[in-house]
Design a protein around this ligand. Structure first.
Ligand SMILES: [Zn+2]
Ligand SMILES: [Zn+2]
Length: 202
């Protein structure tokens, strides 16, 4: 099993993500550690599934883009899910082996980042990450990318994890009212017509 190197994904990750920040690279480090602990490859399909404890509208959600990039667990493939706990742990599950690992960025490392100029002088004052000068953000990225794993992350033992079998629906219909393509399971019957949720609500 080849080990995943987060550095190999930094440039692509920044391109995908849109700006330079320390949270996306932290996602790369965390995702790589989870994959290496579990001994899995980047997901081509839905081989691995990630549960990330992020919520909505809080700092460092950029972290999830690092996870998506490095693990191939993506919104499009549906193999990454938020648990809405407002934390940064990720639980990575390998469907084939039925094993999982939970990796958490260490609180001390995250608190230290929060004391940086990037947060204090820019982000907490509402300045978007893309407007932060390179000389401020670059050293922070280097720090996250080069920190020894034991300083940055808590990695659980590998444990058994039971997943329900995945079943994708390939069935669809055309809504009788709006004419839009709709997945069968999301259809509704309204006055004898086969309609989508939008049209059912009208
Ligand atoms: Zn970001
Ligand atoms: Zn409709």
């Amino acid at each position: 099993m080849s080990t995943i190197n987060p550095q190999d994904w930094l440039e692509f990750g920044q391109k995908f993500h849109g700006h330079k920040c320390p949270a996306m690279p932290l996602g790369l480090r965390t995702g790589a550690a989870a994959m290496n602990a579990l001994g899995v490859e980047r997901a081509k399909d839905g081989q691995i599934l990630a549960f990330v404890d992020l919520g909505e509208d809080h700092c460092a959600t950029c972290y999830a883009d690092g996870l998506q990039v490095i693990m191939g667990t993506t919104f499009g493939k549906g193999n990454i899910k938020k648990t809405h706990k407002g934390k940064w742990a990720v639980t990575l599950v390998d469907r084939e082996s039925g094993k999982a690992v939970r990796v958490t960025p260490k609180a001390e490392a995250m608190l230290q980042n929060k004391q940086s100029d990037f947060f204090k002088k820019y982000r907490e004052k509402g300045i978007p990450a893309s407007k932060v000068p390179s000389e401020v953000v670059d050293p922070l990225i280097v720090k996250v990318m080069s920190a020894p794993q034991e300083m940055l992350l808590n990695i659980s033992n590998v444990y058994d994890y039971k997943l329900e079998p995945k079943k994708d629906s390939f069935n669809g219909f055309v809504c009788d009212e709006c004419g839009e393509m709709t997945v069968e399971e999301y259809g509704r019957i309204k006055s004898g017509k086969h309609v989508c949720i939008d049209c059912a609500a009208k």
